[in-house]
Design a protein around this ligand. Structure first.
Ligand code: FES
Ligand code: FES
Length: 136
């Protein structure tokens, strides 16, 4: 893992914050630590395909999840729904590289939030805001 890239992403996260005009939103909590990540997606048509125009996120608590979500939301731009569905947590860390074992679930949390947002894909109302981060 590249510690500097991790710290850079924590210090200057990209696409952080709620997206007012999102087409879908997904939220997951980690039973491992009680943290939560929410991701918003905005789609557009490009060459007859539906692709992700923008993604944004919020993360409650964990710095590693913030860093991975920052990388992931950048990486998602221009991806089709199918491509985004196939993205694995290990690939979402981008320049940061492989997370240490203790932090692997942080990346999985981001993957879960993305999958949840894709499942929500504009066909249903966005999930309501949770009352508070899940605890275990
Ligand atoms: Fe999530 Fe440790 S519990 S940062
Ligand atoms: Fe739980 Fe990072 S420590 S999401």
């Amino acid at each position: 893992m590249d510690e500097k890239k991790l710290n850079d992403a924590i210090a200057n996260p990209q696409n952080l914050g709620e997206m007012a005009d999102a087409d879908s939103v997904g939220t997951v909590g980690s039973p491992d630590c009680g943290d939560m990540v929410r991701m918003w997606l905005k789609f557009k048509e490009e060459d007859g395909r539906k692709v992700i125009d923008r993604a944004s996120f919020q993360s409650f608590g964990c710095q590693t999840a913030i860093a991975v979500a920052s990388m992931a939301t950048e990486m998602l731009k221009g991806k089709t729904v199918d491509e985004a569905r196939q993205l694995k947590a290990e690939e979402m860390t981008g320049d940061i590289g492989a997370l240490p074992p203790m932090k692997i679930h942080c990346g999985q949390l981001v993957e879960g939030a993305l999958k949840s947002a894709l499942d929500n894909d504009g066909t249903e109302a966005p999930a309501p805001a949770p009352e508070s981060p899940a605890t275990n």
